[in-house]
Design a protein around this ligand. Structure first.
Ligand code: ATP
Ligand code: MG
Length: 268
């Protein structure tokens, strides 16, 4: 490992969230609890509309839970803060800044300020890790979707938060680019191990990337199961066609299908 290892672990302790009032109220999260150890990569899968983004937003501090607590490295989350950095599905990079400036931008906002020379050096490292060196001075509009998401990933890693939060970061990409990006993410995370919470509705993506997978039920989202992913190093795209991979994928997909048909509580 040649990067710095950042401190941090995540505890999601009994989070519930309801939107709206009276008969229009919708319970989205119901007593959700799980932990992510420092340096661990945990994926959350769940049916569409089950509350995955809401869960991630509570961890980010954008949404206040009604009950329960979230702790990052022991400190309670009370709002957005520098301990967490989010990579969104849409390319949340600035169109008027070059690739390099986008990557260096996040470092300007952090509590742990860097000098211009340090930002440049860190920027160089992530440009290289994400294969963007030749595009350092390019504007985002000249890049493909996959390359823009590389910029977003590079920026998030460069900020060096205690936890990286990713909400379907590859969902807008075509299948082939998505595979390449999954491999790029594995590679950067192998070199610069971080604590990652990664939301996706693709079981294949979850078990390809993560150390553990939190399987959510349909809305209101509860934790249905937490599955250990047995392969550690050695994740190449051939893994996806191996019998063990396919068996685990099917097992989780079956859970998700059952989650869809199971009776709902107090909701529409
Ligand atoms: N601010 C809000 N006000 C009211 N309802 C909301 C709000 N945010 C989310 N919801 C509702 O909560 C439910 C879960 O939404 P959420 O976006 O968390 O699901 P998701 O699992 O991320 O879905 P997808 O797979 O489509 O991304 C939806 O029914 C949504 O309409
Ligand atoms: Mg979502």
């Amino acid at each position: 490992m040649n990067g710095q290892v950042s401190g941090g672990g995540l505890s999601v302790a009994g989070i519930s969230k309801r939107f709206g009032r009276g008969t229009a109220a919708v319970t989205v999260l119901d007593d959700v609890r799980f932990d992510v150890a420092e340096g661990e990569f945990v994926a959350v899968v769940g049916p569409s509309g089950s509350g995955k983004t809401t869960l991630l937003n509570t961890v980010a501090g954008f949404v206040d839970p009604d009950t329960g607590a979230i702790r990052v490295n022991g400190a309670p989350v009370t709002g957005p803060g520098p301990s967490r950095c989010v990579v969104f599905q849409e390319y949340a990079i600035f169109p008027w800044l070059t690739v390099r400036r986008n990557i260096e931008f996040g470092m300007r906002l952090r509590a742990r300020r860097r000098t211009a020379a340090q930002r440049r050096e860190i920027g160089d490292r992530y440009l290289e890790l994400m294969g963007l060196t030749a595009f350092a001075d390019a504007l985002p509009k000249t890049l493909s979707g996959g390359m823009r998401q590389r910029v977003a990933l590079a920026r998030a890693y460069a900020v060096d938060p205690e936890i990286l939060l990713m909400d379907e970061p590859f969902a807008a990409l075509d299948a082939q680019t998505r595979e390449t990006m999954q491999e790029a993410l594995l590679e950067i995370n192998q070199k610069e191990r971080r604590t990652v919470l990664f939301v996706t509705h693709q079981v294949e993506e979850a078990i390809f990337l993560a150390d553990r997978v939190v399987v959510m039920s349909a809305r209101p989202a509860r934790v249905r199961d937490i599955v250990d992913v047995p392969w550690h190093g050695d994740r190449t795209h051939e893994l996806k066609t191996s019998p063990d991979f396919i068996a685990l994928r099917r097992r989780i997909e079956t859970m998700l299908r059952d989650a869809h048909t199971s009776p709902q509580g107090d909701d529409r």
